[in-house]
Design a protein around this ligand. Structure first.
Ligand SMILES: Nc1nc2c(c(=O)[nH]1)N=C([C@H](O)[C@H](O)COP(=O)(O)OP(=O)(O)OP(=O)(O)O)CN2
Ligand SMILES: [Zn+2]
Length: 134
């Protein structure tokens, strides 16, 4: 099995509403997502696939949905105030943890036909979450 990995960088604000510590406060991260694609056989270019194809796929999702957005749980009481002030946010069914965001990226890239091995989201330089299946 061959595995390639492409890294992409982006930013978001969020909070973890039920967190017992400081992560319940509004704060932001400048993060790295590592998207790994696998293949049992290489293509005619001797590649799993081109790094740039992975980048083009994932950047569409990240630019449109996650980058410089404000990620909140759908029950966050801030949402009515943000809506009233016409501020942008993304309401999620789950808390916006690194685990949830890595799964969102995984599912998007998989839906676009890539055989995704795993997605790792580095939320800080010392903390990451990984989503994979099988
Ligand atoms: N399993 C998870 N734990 C935490 C998440 C998460 O998404 N999944 N998120 C947070 C915070 O949002 C934020 O990422 C803070 O993380 P933490 O590593 O605690 O950040 P610090 O910089 O304060 O940690 P240091 O130990 O000082 O590096 C919290 N937990
Ligand atoms: Zn955080």
């Amino acid at each position: 099995m061959f595995v390639i990995t492409k890294e992409v960088y982006f930013c978001y604000g969020h909070r973890l509403m039920n967190h017992p510590g400081k992560c319940r406060n509004l704060h932001g991260h400048s993060v790295k997502a590592s998207i790994s694609i696998r293949a049992a056989q290489l293509n005619e270019q001797a590649m799993v696939c081109d790094f740039s194809d992975v980048k083009a796929c994932v950047e569409t999702f990240i630019d449109d949905v996650l980058d410089h957005n404000f990620l909140l749980h759908k029950d966050d009481p801030l949402i009515p105030a943000l809506t009233a002030h016409n501020e942008q946010f993304l309401a999620l069914d789950e808390h916006p943890t690194a685990e949830v965001l890595s799964k969102m990226i995984y599912q998007y890239v998989k839906q676009r036909g890539f055989d995704v091995d795993q997605v790792v989201l580095w939320e800080t330089s010392s903390a990451c979450a990984c989503y994979r299946e099988d």
